[in-house]
Ligand binder design. Structure first.
Ligand SMILES: Cc1ncc(COP(=O)(O)O)c(C=O)c1O
Length: 372
């Protein structure tokens, strides 16, 4: 059997339509989008068309989109931008204890600069309790940041409910939606968020491009100071190639129809694992409120990394792919209270639009053999 890719939460292949527009942008979009002459105009048109395409799945206005180099930059921009614009000496942030390092690390940095951070607990399925959020808000709270869907378990947080609580208290809300765009609805008004992060390579754009939604009227300190690109919010000459890629990928991602098939396959995968391994396999994450493509399972008493080594044709992750290769229990599973002898056996299978039933059957057969 050829190689099987079940690591779509780590990154996705570039879609053909995306590669086509990138090639076209390279051939025709070489001008500087800020130049008023014949060479700059097509590049500017590509960038602005892409902005409307990116705004579409979020249901926001194009001018509320700032292009970034990816999810990490968008998160850094949101958190540091609010910190520096707050004017407070000890601004207070609230987050969850199951966030991606691209939220955890900037918050740790801001703590060194004087920020106070409350890390809300999560339950055994990885969910925050909105009542904990309500209790954590103080007069100094400037931002709540809670991820939309978890990259390891797929657990979907009650963002609309949490954002409503923040709004009642006049506090801004950011969500890291790097994993949810293209998998579940991500409309900013339905979620009630003021800031939202997207990362192109999670939905079939190339690596190195993403976006931050910034609600109109919200003043953030610019992330990169320089010339007035991106309406003065992020300096640096825009890449027609990367922004056009993100635009086309966002258009493709706004059709969530293919995810229904992915979810059927994912559920069939889980049923097959339960049949094969009974109590020796455990689901990590919320049984229902979970990304349709994500299956994080723990093989009790085993080591996930060793299982993957024994079936090298299968690309999947233990812990999170961004920091794979380490042998500790993932901080997300730890925050969920997962026992180490269960959590160490965790493997995250994340399916994509091109995953086939044959591939799933092959992995189940291989797991039976490896674990027998
Ligand atoms: C939830 C989440 N946030 C942020 C990121 C970082 O995105 P990027 O790799 O585009 O910087 C990732 C990537 O793994 C992610 O899963």
């Amino acid at each position: 059997m050829r190689d099987i890719y079940l690591d779509f939460n780590a990154s996705t292949p570039v879609a053909h339509e995306v590669a086509d527009i990138m090639r076209r942008a390279l051939e025709t979009g070489h001008g500087n989008p800020s130049s008023g002459h014949w060479a700059g105009v097509p590049a500017r048109q590509m960038v602005e068309h892409a902005r409307t395409q990116v705004a579409d799945p979020l249901g926001c206005a194009p001018q509320e989109i700032v292009f970034t180099s990816g999810g990490s930059e968008a998160n850094n921009h949101a958190l540091k931008g609010v910190f520096f614009a707050s004017g407070k000496e000890r601004p207070h942030f609230i987050t969850s204890s199951a966030e991606h390092p691209a939220i955890v690390a900037p918050l740790r940095f801001l703590e060194r600069l004087g920020a106070q951070v409350t890390w809300l607990p999560v339950d055994g399925t990885g969910m925050v309790d909105p009542d904990d959020l309500r209790r954590a808000i103080t007069g100094d709270t400037v931002l709540v940041t809670i991820m939309h869907a978890n990259n390891e378990t797929g657990t979907i947080q009650p963002i609309a409910e949490c954002a409503a609580i923040a709004r009642e208290h006049g506090v801004r809300f950011h969500t890291d939606a790097a994993q949810s765009v293209g998998k579940i609805p991500t409309r900013v008004d339905e979620l009630g968020v003021d800031l939202l992060t997207m990362a192109g390579h999670k939905f079939h754009a190339p690596k190195g491009v993403g976006a931050l939604f910034i609600r109109d009227g919200l003043q953030l300190e610019p992330f990169i100071h320089g010339a007035g690109h991106e309406s003065g919010r992020r300096a640096g000459t825009e890449s027609a190639m990367l922004t056009a890629a993100l635009g086309v990928a966002a258009s493709l991602a706004s059709d969530l129809g293919p995810m229904e098939r992915v979810q059927v396959l994912r559920d069939r995968f889980w049923d097959a694992l339960k049949n094969a391994f009974g109590d020796r396999v455990v689901l990590n994450g919320h049984p229902e409120r979970r990304l349709p493509n994500t299956l994080n399972v723990a093989f009790v008493g085993r080591v996930g990394a060793e299982i993957l080594v024994a079936m090298p044709e299968v690309a999947a992750s233990t812990g999170s792919a961004c920091h794979s290769g380490r042998d500790q229990l993932s901080p997300v599973l730890e925050a969920m209270g997962t026992e180490p002898q269960v959590g160490m056996g965790a493997i995250r299978f994340s399916l994509g639009r091109t995953t086939t039933a044959n591939e799933i059957d092959h992995v189940v057969t291989r797991l039976r053999r490896v674990l027998s």
